[in-house]
Design a binder for this molecule. Structure first.
Ligand SMILES: [Zn+2]
Length: 666
């Protein structure tokens, strides 16, 4: 609980500071997305621990301090801000909440322009005031500046009293021009178009404002009741008629599925527009329904902002940890200050190799940008040079294996370093883990931690040792955490593995470059392992899809006497080495299908599953389209799954996948 209190306090302080930078200084130091994610985390805490919520909380405050540069303006109709969501799932929840309270409603979806909100008041068709949102109740009077914006009519085509809301923004092209000019005059440039627009509108000199050429879109009539307008969409048509610029991507929608397809279009157009957007706004169309729903303490219940998910966030690189893989390859990993990104907390990310570190000049204590595309392992993509700390330290790559201290070497022209010791414990253990893995020998009864433990105890060093574990029956039963039943499970799983098809054994041997698919292709050509051992380079290279690298690697592997001895031991211990039990003629369920993987699966790593599916002649592709046949999804599946739903793609969960694979692979 103390930790939670501390965390909440920290979030409150940070958010208040960021809000001040954003609203008052027009100079944010973090991305909107980061802000939103932190804000959500805070809200989540208060959901779980409502007793910790105080009146001082930023979540209770509607707005922020107002600068003293301009006259205050009290809004006749308060300007609300919107709650955010980041997924279609949350939109369904939003709709469920509405559905519980009201009937007969529909929606309007609009792009969320990344500018700053403005309220304009016209009397008798003449522009009287323009004001910023401020804290929603009181804003700043920026009428003189607003009058310089050509998108804003000074006189309307009808002599009416109307209060409208819209977004002031800078066109991207104009933003670039302004920054070029500032640069040419050795002045500070703007971080982005939104800050430039905000900074410009709040210039005291209207001549500067006029020169910078702001633009505006309008999306709301505050006094619709007086004007007898019934729906939001009608109000937009009316705004257009009066001479205001209304965004042309605004559409009506009946339900969340239609909304998600419109959002998709908006996101796809994102790069084509000459203006920045950061999401979409979804509003109930019928004003009477809006009124029935009303407001929470902070937000309207009838509208919500859907924010596009940024996949990149900043955090601090605290340390480097090196891991040694099955091939001996040494991978540097960044140890990060934990950060919440794309649905989970990340504290490690891959740095790939030393060349990568050098090229990007990544140093200890640097602020780095982390990328996580939903399901992929997070990676460091760049360094924020402006935020480099004085205590940043250049990274020297290690010279010795972190496990066995043998010197590291480079193989061929690879950028990677490898442990030079064939007997390196890391290499041996990773090799055993690979041999036992699900799509190799499928010895699922022996966990990775058991493999490590048996290795340490000296019972398991080579593949053949799995089949001799019975010699340690009593020792295993007596081991802490084991017992009779565990022992039986282990042995039965090992015995079952004797009958798996030869391609799995070939893959399990861990021959460099040889994946599950290639192993299967090779087994189609030969009758047993001896034929494969005795095959020539040309026999391999003539197999479709087997290239020089794999062929050379196979020849190397089988010319090593130790490897052959080990294979012979496996044969003597009763492991199947013939290809006759591979049902290669049968057409796989997955054959020729376009498959997309998304989310986290429990039993498979993504790469493993991809290689299995490819060995079954499936095409594994990365993005969802109408040509996708199947989406295999795991936990925390994101936009791909929702896109699949829209496109009526067949959705397969892990249980169904395992059932089919069990049949296919036996
Ligand atoms: Zn080593």
């Amino acid at each position: 609980m103390e930790n939670i209190k501390k965390d909440i306090e920290e979030l409150e302080n940070k958010l208040k500071n960021y809000a001040y930078e954003y609203y008052t200084l027009d100079n944010p130091t973090i991305s909107d997305y980061e802000y939103d994610v932190m804000y959500k985390r805070l809200l989540k805490y208060y959901d779980d621990y409502p007793e910790l919520l105080s009146n001082n909380s930023i979540t209770r405050q509607v707005g922020y301090s107002i600068s003293k540069k301009f006259e205050k303006y009290t809004h006749q109709y308060s300007m609300y801000s919107l709650d955010n969501v980041f997924s279609i799932d949350e939109l369904y929840e939003f709709d469920n909440r509405i559905n519980k309270e009201v009937d007969n409603y529909s929606y309007v979806v609009e792009p969320k322009i990344d500018g700053l909100a403005i309220s304009l008041t016209y009397e008798n068709g003449k522009l009287i005031t323009g004001a910023t949102r401020g804290n929603g109740l009181v804003g700043e009077d920026v009428t003189n500046n607003v009058k310089t914006i050509t998108d804003i009519p000074l006189v309307l085509s009808e002599n009416i009293d109307i209060t409208i809301r819209g977004e002031i923004y800078l066109k991207r092209s104009q933003f670039n021009k302004i920054n070029d000019d500032l640069k040419a005059n050795n002045q500070n440039t703007f971080v982005n178009a939104r800050n430039a627009a905000a900074g410009t509108l709040r210039q005291l000199d209207s001549k500067v404002v006029a020169k910078r050429k702001l633009s505006a879109f309008f999306y709301n009539v505050a006094n619709y009741q007086e004007l007898n307008i019934r729906t939001h969409y009608d109000s937009l048509l009316y705004l257009k008629k009066l001479g205001f610029v209304v965004n042309d991507q605004i559409k009506q929608a009946k339900n969340i599925n239609e909304i998600s397809s419109i959002i998709n279009d908006i996101e796809n157009n994102r790069d084509i527009n000459d203006y920045d957007i950061d999401g979409a706004v979804i509003k109930i169309n019928q004003f009477d329904v809006q009124e029935k729903l009303g407001f929470t303490t902070k937000y309207p219940k009838f509208a919500i902002a859907y924010k596009f998910v940024a996949e990149q966030l900043e955090t601090k690189l605290l340390d480097i940890e090196y891991t040694v893989g099955r091939t001996g390859k040494v991978t540097p990993n960044a140890i990060l200050e934990p950060i919440f990104i794309s649905g989970s907390t990340v504290s490690r990310a891959t740095l790939h190799n030393y060349d990568f570190i050098k090229t990007l000049d990544i140093r200890l204590n640097d602020i780095v940008i982390i990328h996580k595309a939903g399901e992929i392992i997070p990676e460091v993509v760049s360094v924020v040079n402006e935020k480099r700390a004085i205590d940043s330290k250049k990274l020297e790559f290690i010279k010795e294996c972190p496990i066995c201290h043998a010197p590291l070497i480079k193989i061929d022209d690879s950028v990677d370093y490898y442990c030079s010791n064939k007997e390196c414990p890391a290499i041996i253990v990773e090799g055993l883990v690979h041999f036992a893995s699900r799509n190799a020998m499928n010895i699922v009864g022996v966990s990775i931690s058991s493999i490590k433990e048996f290795y340490k105890l000296g019972w398991l060093k080579k593949f053949s040792d799995f089949y001799k574990l019975e010699d340690y029956k009593q020792d295993i039963i007596n081991l802490k955490g084991y017992g009779e039943q565990s022992y039986l499970n282990i042995i039965s799983s090992i015995n079952n593995s004797k009958d798996v098809s030869l391609d799995r054994l070939l893959f399990g041997l861990g021959i460099r470059f040889l994946g599950a698919k290639s192993a299967r292709l090779i087994c189609k050509k030969f009758n047993d392992i001896n034929e494969i051992i005795n095959a020539k380079y040309d026999d391999f290279i003539t197999i479709n899809e087997i290239g020089d690298k794999i062929a050379t690697s196979l020849i190397d592997y089988f010319s090593d006497k130790e490897n052959i001895d080990e294979i012979n031991k496996l044969i003597l211990l009763g492991v199947n080495t013939k290809t006759n039990n591979i049902n290669l003629t049968k057409d796989s369920y997955f054959a020729n299908k376009n498959i997309v993987l998304t989310g986290t699966l429990e039993k498979y790593k993504r790469k493993e599953l991809q290689s299995i599916l490819e060995s079954l002649n499936a095409n594994v592709v990365s993005s969802v389209s109408k040509n996708t046949d199947i989406i295999i999804y795991g936990k925390e599946a994101g936009s791909k799954l929702s896109k699949g739903q829209q496109l009526n793609v067949y959705l397969m969960d892990e249980n169904e996948l395992l059932n089919i694979l069990d049949k296919e692979l036996e």
